[in-house]
Design a protein around this ligand. Structure first.
Ligand SMILES: [Zn+2]
Length: 428
């Protein structure tokens, strides 16, 4: 179950305990109810089907900006399970039950389609040993997509559960430079924007973390240009790679000295490119950097510091150069807004109550996920894992084990049922 709120940050210790909209008793009562009780047994019984869906979806490559084939497959699966499916202008797959409510609040259950690394062949997604799934994207976000399909099956027509206010979304653009484009469109521009009561984001494996704080993140590309030239005859000309390398080192050294910060920050120079060949002075170089902080003002300071450091590093290069000059340009390539779930929000109360009922121990955390968008807009949202275990996200060694997955899926189903009961007129 959720630890005390202090687990997010010490500063929360003085905050009042959240008002629980329902107790463990009402979750137990809900879980014991006929149709839902039957649905809760589905995940263990259909484990093999869920695993097959999981492996199949992971075998369809979907790097950010190239999610279409996987989106089409997800759309076909939703349709075969009896849902009405549409693909919106962002490329998100949106599934609603036949007869879905045309007005009023909706609960969205979402999982991102895209991955950082993609399998080059379907054989790269493999099962090792008894049931260890291996390959890019098997945990992040094969786990979330498999959960979405499991929920689509258990809540499909014939389940007898009222899902007229539920929308299932497999969205694009969460990873890399996607800049949360799918979630942004869903919450701000889609036909459902303005009707979203809660956005429950399913991302990655396990049940250990509940992301309630949206980590603000800004991303930049720094481009340096210079005169170029021959490595010997033009030696001493301003060098774009030397200047950029100095800027990166100076920035990291300066920030590493700042250990006394109240709010944690992070910086990552993730992509460096420049030059054409070994015996030519590079005429251009560029780097992409990701800056994050739990504090909006600290993030602004980091951004300002990036500009100052680059300017200083280039000044040094130009002062030393016997020939030519380097210049720079900084372009913003992504911005993820911050936000936080109110401690008194019903959603947090539901998570606590469900985790209590299922004996799940989880901690509140801060991360940059699709939930950044709804949280920044003041909507109820959390990002949670979809059960099972996994690791190595964003690396070639990514793995996922479905062992214990049904606990995560039962948790998602109970949360969904509580949220639907609320939008349908309140809990008993
Ligand atoms: Zn993810």
């Amino acid at each position: 179950m959720l630890g005390p709120l202090q687990s997010v940050r010490k500063r929360d210790a003085a905050q009042p305990a959240p008002v629980l909209p329902c107790g463990i008793e009402s979750v137990a009562k809900l879980a014991a109810g006929g149709k839902l009780a039957e649905a809760l047994k589905f995940f263990a019984r259909e484990r093999r089907w869920i695993d097959e869906q999981h492996l199949t979806v992971c075998r369809i490559a979907a790097p950010t900006f190239q999610e279409q084939a996987r989106a089409e497959w997800m759309a076909a699966q939703f349709a075969s399970l009896g849902w009405q499916v549409a693909t919106d202008r962002a490329g998100n797959v949106v599934a609603q039950a036949p007869g879905a409510a045309r007005s009023g609040p909706m609960v969205a259950l979402t999982a991102h389609l895209d991955t950082v690394l993609a399998p080059r062949t379907s054989g790269e997604i493999r099962v090792e040993g008894k049931d260890k799934f291996c390959g890019p994207g098997v945990a992040d976000n094969g786990a979330g997509l498999a959960a979405l399909l499991a929920l689509a099956k258990v809540l499909g027509p014939g389940s007898g559960i009222d899902v007229s206010r539920l929308v299932l979304v497999a969205n694009v653009g969460e990873e890399g430079e996607g800049n949360l484009s799918g979630m942004r469109y869903l919450c701000q521009n889609s036909a459902l924007s303005g009707r979203l009561h809660t956005v429950l984001v399913l991302d990655g494996p396990d049940t250990a973390h509940v992301t309630v704080l949206a980590l603000a993140c800004r991303r930049f590309e720094v481009m340096v240009n210079g005169p170029g030239g021959h490595s010997w005859s033009d030696h001493g000309a301003a060098n774009a790679v030397h200047a950029l390398a100095r800027a990166i080192t100076m920035f990291c050294d300066t920030r590493a000295d700042e250990q006394s910060r109240q709010w944690p920050c992070s910086w990552n120079f993730g992509v460096v490119e420049g030059g054409t060949t070994v015996n030519a002075i590079p005429a251009s170089a560029r780097v992409k950097v990701d800056l994050r902080s739990e504090s909006a003002s600290d993030l602004e300071e980091l951004v300002a510091s990036l500009g100052q450091v680059v300017e200083r590093a280039l000044l040094m290069e130009n002062e030393r150069a016997r020939l030519g000059r380097v210049t720079f340009r900084i372009r913003e390539i992504g911005s993820r807004p911050g936000g936080r779930l109110a401690e008194s929000s019903p959603l947090l109360g539901y998570v606590r109550a469900v985790d209590g009922e299922l004996c799940i121990r989880s901690v509140l955390d801060c991360a940059s996920t699709d939930a950044n968008i709804p949280l920044s807009m003041g909507l109820q949202s959390v990002s949670i894992g979809a059960g099972g275990q996994g690791g190595g996200a964003h690396t070639p060694g990514e793995w996922y084990s479905p062992e214990g997955r049904d606990l995560g899926l039962r948790r998602i189903l109970l949360l969904t049922a509580l949220l639907l009961a609320e939008v349908n007129g309140g809990l008993e």
